[in-house]
Design a protein around this ligand. Structure first.
Ligand code: DGL
Length: 259
């Protein structure tokens, strides 16, 4: 079984990519919706939440912990990942691999405020690509729009355009460095134009997980995804059904403080 976590619905964009790669694997996705959005929280608190999410999945004997939250990866860049039985997959590593493969040099990063404040993306990209120029922009308005299901029409289009207007012209690539943003990919495409490559780190992320599962097993299950939230279960069920296109998703409730 493969475990994934995020603060909320954004993680579903990673679940989708992992499912494409591993159709028969069993997936367990936890959305910490009692604490969404993560992007406005302080590093100490984000570190605590990340450790709790990782420990919860690790205690369920998953074969891999696929982090579906860039903000948690940014905090782990400073605080380190906890010790676990399962290998942890970090989205910033996946994004960096994608940028290297694309030979990108002028790079935009759109992320949560906490991720941008950490500087983790800029540091890791420059370490991997010596002559990279990186511009990081925070987009605090976007996660609440996705969580509320307001993803079509003028409101999200204008919000995305305002963020992209803060980036310089002539970029090679823009990283959608929050897993909620691929839900708004169409608006990013409209604002950035066809010449700028949109990088969704989840694609390489899923490829890396699939490589581990190929080597070590764990991909032969019943192809079931369990979606767990500590937020509003009925709303979560509706959003999972619509984003994942599943008529009756297997949704479970987890008490906020239960471990
Ligand atoms: N989806 C998460 C990320 O990738 C966190 C968004 C939030 O809760 O602010 O950063």
């Amino acid at each position: 079984m493969i475990g994934l976590f995020d603060s909320g619905l954004g993680g579903l964009t990673v679940v989708r990519r992992v499912r494409e790669r591993l159709p028969r694997a069993d997936l367990l996705f936890f959305a910490d919706q009692a604490h969404v959005p993560y992007g406005e929280r302080a590093p100490d608190e984000l570190d605590r939440l990340m450790r709790s999410n990782v420990a919860w999945l690790d205690a369920r004997n998953v074969d891999a912990i696929v982090v579906a939250c860039n903000t948690s990866c940014a905090v782990a860049d400073a605080y380190g990942w906890p010790q676990t039985h399962a290998e942890i997959f970090d989205l910033i590593d996946s994004a960096t691999i994608a940028l290297q493969r694309a030979s990108a040099r002028r790079i935009g990063v759109v992320a949560t405020s906490a991720t941008v404040r950490s500087g983790a993306y800029g540091r890791r990209i420059r370490n991997a690509i010596a002559d990279a120029e990186v511009w990081e922009v925070a987009a605090p308005a976007l996660v609440p729009l996705v969580e509320a299901g307001r993803i079509t029409g003028d409101e999200p289009r204008v919000a995305v355009a305002e963020v992209c207007a803060q980036l310089p012209d002539d970029l090679d690539a823009v990283v959608l460095a929050c897993t909620h943003y691929p839900v708004l990919a169409e608006h990013f495409g409209g604002a950035l134009g066809v010449d700028v490559l949109q990088i969704d780190p989840a694609l390489i992320h899923a490829e890396r997980v699939a490589a581990l599962i190929d080597r070590e097993g764990g991909g032969e299950g019943s192809g079931t995804t369990r979606y767990v939230t500590n937020g509003d279960v009925a709303l979560f069920r509706r959003n999972v059904a619509s984003i994942m296109g599943e008529a009756q998703p297997l949704v479970e409730e987890r008490a906020t403080l239960a471990f």
